[in-house]
Ligand binder design. Structure first.
Ligand code: GLC
Length: 557
């Protein structure tokens, strides 16, 4: 690839903006740190851990929805976009977090959920209490049903979580009436983005938080806001998952881009380089690049890389597609290995296991997760980490079914366990009191926190890992520190170097003075003339073991 492409990118973006190469840490607020002692994470818990985040070396944090919500989808069902869920704190606590984070040199990105609200949002309540052609109904996607008595849904759309994407309501006279659209749970009715109230409201919401000092927004389901004209049937009737990026009449419609152009203007009207990052499950990366054209959003998660099968050729192809796709619009690639919707990388990179065949090799899984982390940290662009990734937390696969919270479990008719396995509260120390330090309340146990923790969770705790030089936590800390201090990693330079067909080798600097080697099923020798800066496994006698990433610098003469 593509030195020329990379150069074009850097010219197109001469101004240095922080989001181009920032390291952002995703906080799943319910599971991060509980200061109030109720077994649920909160804003004060984040404030208490800012020192930890600073030591880890992150530039920004993204906080999952903290708004009032009945929590049918852990806060992605928002009842009021301009307030804070009392379980997490209040507007004063949010303000304090924003200010304290800034004092630590950490920026704040908050989640904004514009595709839908909670069914407890005032506007939805008003809508169901109004008549079919009212202005209140027009803010959502209400339609008459098909069939003689309107008994069939308006079209064949399926909810991402399972079942129909339509629910029928009872009208004021008690008779069954119109249907409303919900691409997710029935408790998450979709807004009608053709409606001026919605467009104006979200501009007000953005201003509300920008005025309070947030640095940016993570835009939930950014590709879903605008639906195809006339709400036509989908070409496939089968159930699709969140990760399904095929063409559907409710994904990735041209109209969404006008919204983001307007948002960008608003963001740019504030000082301090405010930004937004989109969650858009679209394919290929050249399609996601449209969300980050110069007059649209700043970043878009690179789900191509997140979902790629671990292996030399697949990774190489994904990295090429990603860098080339984003270079077309002059945007940075935004690498991500984990988030709250996917199986944690420790397990996921062992794809055989996920697909249900083969055996799960714990040692290799851990090696791959370490290697993947160092590979990602070495790539040019921005990166997002997900809480617990730096601890090497595995997916929790055996949460008792009666404790599962994800609406996917219920809506799939108890067929899919859903995403709770990557959302289990973090262990901060090795004693089970306070759920391994997750809660300040010692009465909270691993069993009684909002999602139960495995009995051996303490061995992954931050406190334990601090003691061991070879821990995952120290790998992340060291890698992020080198990324910050080494000029090669601050550059956008990226070139593949010819290597055997068993490993990947790329350069991050002119003259190949800084290179990265990734091995897979077989090892490699350290190339002559290079010194090891850091590696994900021990290197003995110049032999890089399998499943390893190593950063090398050409020895100075
Ligand atoms: C996004 C979130 C996911 C949520 C969904 C509905 O994909 O990441 O957690 O369930 O939107 O809001």
């Amino acid at each position: 690839m593509s030195q020329a492409v990379v150069e074009t990118e850097s010219k197109a973006n001469a101004e240095k903006v922080w989001w181009r190469d920032a390291v952002t840490y995703q906080i799943y607020i319910r599971s991060f740190s509980d200061a109030s002692g109720d077994g649920v994470g909160d804003i004060q818990g984040i404030i208490n851990r800012l020192g930890y985040l600073k030591d880890l070396g992150v530039d920004a944090i993204w906080i999952t929805p903290w708004y009032p919500s009945p929590q049918h989808d852990n806060g992605y069902d928002v009842a009021d976009f301009m307030d804070i869920n009392p379980e997490y704190g209040d507007l004063g606590a949010a303000q304090e977090l924003i200010e304290k984070a800034h004092e630590h040199g950490i920026r704040i990105i908050i989640d904004i959920v514009p595709n839908h609200s909670s069914n407890e949002h005032k506007w939805f309540q008003d809508a169901i209490e109004s008549t079919p052609d009212s202005v209140e109904r027009a803010r959502y996607l209400f339609r008459d049903g098909k069939g003689e008595f309107g008994e069939e849904p308006p079209n064949n759309w399926q909810s991402v979580f399972g079942g129909l994407a339509w629910t029928r309501i009872s009208e004021q006279d008690g008779e069954l009436g119109q249907w409303y659209c919900h691409i997710f749970a029935p408790e998450q009715p979709d807004f009608n983005w053709d409606n001026a109230d919605i467009r104006n409201h979200f501009l007000d919401v953005l201003k509300f938080w920008l005025d309070r000092g947030v640095d940016g927004f993570r835009v939930d389901v950014a590709h879903g806001l605008v639906k195809a004209e006339g709400l036509p049937d989908a070409p496939f009737q089968e159930h699709l998952g969140l990760l399904d990026s095929r063409a559907f009449p409710y994904w990735d419609q041209e109209g969404v881009h006008e919204i983001y152009r307007e948002w960008r203007k608003l963001l740019d009207s504030y000082s301090g380089q405010r930004m937004a990052v989109s969650e858009a499950w679209v394919n290929p990366p050249s399609r996601s690049a449209l969300y980050v054209r110069p007059d649209e959003l700043a970043n878009t998660f690179n789900f191509d890389f997140l979902t790629v099968k671990w292996g030399r050729d697949s990774l190489k192809a994904s990295i090429d597609r990603s860098i080339e796709g984003m270079a077309e619009v002059g945007a940075p690639v935004t690498w991500v290995l984990n988030n709250h919707d996917v199986v944690r990388s420790v397990n996921r990179l062992e794809m055989d296991f996920i697909l249900g065949s083969g055996t799960f090799d714990h040692e290799r899984a851990n090696q791959r997760a370490r290697s993947a982390a160092m590979l990602m940290v070495c790539l040019p662009g921005a990166i997002f980490l997900y809480q617990g990734e730096e601890l090497g937390l595995p997916e929790v696969l055996d949460i008792p079914v009666e404790r599962l919270q994800d609406p996917i479990w219920r809506m799939s008719g108890n067929k899919e366990r859903g995403r709770d396995g990557c959302r289990v509260p973090l262990p901060w120390h090795d004693s089970p009191h306070g759920a391994f330090g997750f809660s300040t309340n010692v009465e909270v146990t691993p069993e009684s926190s909002w999602l139960p923790q495995p009995a051996d969770w303490g061995r992954f705790s931050a406190q334990e890992q601090e003691k061991s030089a070879g821990s995952m936590l120290n790998l992340y800390r060291n890698a992020l520190a080198i990324r910050k201090s080494n000029a090669a990693l601050a550059s956008l330079h990226f070139d593949w170097i010819q290597s055997s067909d068993k490993s990947l080798v790329f350069s991050r600097s002119d003259g190949n003075t800084f290179i990265c080697v990734v091995t897979f099923e077989s090892g490699e020798s350290v190339p002559p003339g290079y010194q090891i800066i850091m590696s994900s496994q021990d290197i003995v006698s110049g032999q890089i073991p399998p499943n390893t990433t190593v950063w090398l610098q050409r020895a100075k003469h």
